[in-house]
Ligand binder design. Sequence first.
Ligand code: TRP
Ligand code: ZN
Length: 898
Amino acid sequence: MADTATPNVIRRADYAPPAFLIDTVALEFDLIPERTVVRNTMRVRRNPDASHASNFELMGEQLEFVSATIDGAPFAQAHAHEHGLTLDNVPDSFELTLTSICNPAENTTLSGLYVSGGNFFTQCEAEGFRRITYFLDRPDVMATFTVTLRASKADYPVLLSNGNLLEEGDLPDGRHFARWEDPFRKPSYLFALVAGKLVALEERVKSGSGKEKLLQVWVEPHDLDKTRHAMDSLINSIRWDESRFGLELDLDRFMIVAVSDFNMGAMENKGLNIFNTKYVLANPETATDTDFANIEAVVGHEYFHNWTGNRVTCRDWFQLSLKEGLTVFRDQEFSADMAGGATDEAARATKRIEDVRVLRQMQFAEDAGPMAHPVRPESYVEINNFYTMTVYEKGSEVVRMYQTLFGRDGFRKGMDLYFKRHDGQAVTCDDFRHALADANGRDLAQFERWYSQAGTPRVSVRTQYDAAQQRYSVTLTQGYGDTAPAARETQKGPLLIPFAIGLIGKDGHDLALQLEGETRASEATTRVLEFTQTEQTFTFVNVAQEPLPSLLRNFSAPVIVEYDYSADQLAFLLAHDSDPFNRWEAGQRLATRELLTLAGRAATGVPLQLDDSVVAAFARVLTDETLSPAFRELALMLPSEAYLAEQMAESNPAAVHAARQFVRKRLANALRKDWLAVYEKHRTPGAYEATPEASGHRALKNLALSYLAELDDPAEAVRLASAQYDAANNMTDRSAALSALLNASAANGGSVEAQQALDDFYRRFEKEPLVIDKWFALQATQRGSAQRPVIEIVRKLMAHPAFNLKNPNRARSLIFSFCAANPAQFHAEDGSGYAFWAEQVIALDAINPQVAARLARSLELWRRFTPTLRDGMRAALEKVASQVKSRDVREIVEKALA
Ligand code: TRP
Ligand code: ZN
């Protein structure tokens, strides 16, 4: 309904093949910051599979049209307009040369060709290529590209584009040139160029078939000492894709370039990946363990796109999850294999837990609001708004379900068939599903609903034990509950849900599993039930004792499981489940339930108390030396405030904060000795190592420090944190210490120690933008108090000389951190957070609509909050709606208010 009211809605159902095809593209660039001339020569022909059109419509934005020639002769019937160029009455097959001018220096959108730090970069996905030259800028038009770059040799000594370097040389007037050729056909969104003063770390490696490959990581000269980890991650990615999927690097050269002004994480341009510096640069002094892990994941992600995205690409942008969901799945598996190999289930589980936590906190929330959409959306106004948690993270879960259903080998067979059928093509999510189905001899028609239905499915579970018959039945019911209107419209019927289950006996061991009708029990004590109906009962036989069910092991489907566990049962699962994911899950359920009860009390002013049994359950994990430190850290971390607020009938961030703080303090005070012991035991003296083991120790130690900072008397924590801050030889420990100092003093309105550490941190890292981002973020996310509201600190920091709204990383570090990661302070009753949000969305809208639209999304769940907050948010949304210009922000706020 809302869609018909909004103009310019693009619909999946309206897909039509392009009227023309472009086979080859030769681009020539004369790179000058304010006035770059682009000459674009294309071989064009009519598409035999499309209906006839006499005019040739090319897309173009923010371009100054200069000239058009067809087959070498000037072509007069070319009309430039706001959205592109129309050529009237063109022949069936022709060579077209278009010349146009753009202004990279003034391009603050960071889409198309732009200047950052004096160098040139491009970003073309999804629709940035049309800001560089007129083109059929859609992914089902694939061409081979030759690119000639010309620029001042002194200012731009390095000239890069996709593929292989054909030739380079000097030109008159201090200029030089380079010519690149990409032998693979590709859509325009994978085009890239880079020009400037850069240096590279280089490696030569041999690929599986013995061919030598040149690998480069290009950065600004002062960052060369932070490239080793990205290079190692790239080499590991290349090896992994060969061994796990039989996929080899297909170019002689593979380049990664880091840029500090970038809208997202990174971009998979063919042979020339362009990265946000945040996902390339790392050394122990400047990057945390999390940064190291993220770099490995993002380098892997972009590299894996070379096959899943580039060799096989998307027919249209509705199919975005075809490449993104699949590639996220691949990078998650890569990281899990790097951490735990194929068999260390506990180590793999930490990665799984982290991924599921993100999914539940971010994607479930998205699915519950006005932006809810299926993994394959039906419509959009601005495609940039659909690079979402649903397309990426839920999309990855959908891909993972194939592997859960068919096993690793069956999944591999499906992938092999997918490439055999579709290499070099632009295809759909259906093509992928058919390949998986055919390779495994299965009909996956019902599975299609995972692509077309929005909302988070709920599975409720009833169990019954018949002692006389030794039968245990598990009845599963699926539905969506009370979902957002945007999701409800899409819901048609039951899903095929792979539901992994185990049964646990009184001694804590798994029971043998034999389903009714089977002749004997299986060896595996986890079974994947194929749950396909609205309600379905699975009966296990020869069950000698009443078991405790372990449900949805390893989170086998992106659903919410409803089962009425008692607190004792959860504590038992937390202590005994053989599935490490579900051990963690049991602790989270226990904590979530307690925290929501407490938040309800806090909201109505009832005094808070916490049952000793909950403290005891946490104490057991804290002191259980058989569990890995990384796992203990995850299990002892309480669910986030954002996640908890989302679970309330009426979100109340202040009440959630009070409840969570109460529990943290209670756990801190009750287990003080244990926290101190853990803190001492898990120190990592000596040289920094980025291994999973070492980072697990640091994570647990720093969690202990953060709990100690909650003690009624934090003096000891302050002493430990100050000492840790001063002695740290790595950013993980230094930033954790700084955070502990900030939080230990929050209730008293700050402390000398905290301020000194903050000042020291700034001076120490003044020349490291990524670390200064952390400095802003730590302050924006710190705990506040009545006498010291964080909004005041944030507003002061907006005027800091190092703040810069045009740099997305910096804007995110201060503004997004406050608006999206400090809910208790952002949702202040006086509306001060919302007023700030509106100002910043409006300011960013004029600079960078993509970034503005991301910020705009932080109010989308406004209807679910308490009445006062709801009113404040609506007013702020209306203010923004009345002032912003970009299609990007309009779509978000209009959907929120609809
Ligand atoms: N395709 C990129 C990835 O996920 C992400 C991406 C899409 C992007 N659009 C972008 C990155 C715009 C930067 C800017 O790997
Ligand atoms: Zn991607």
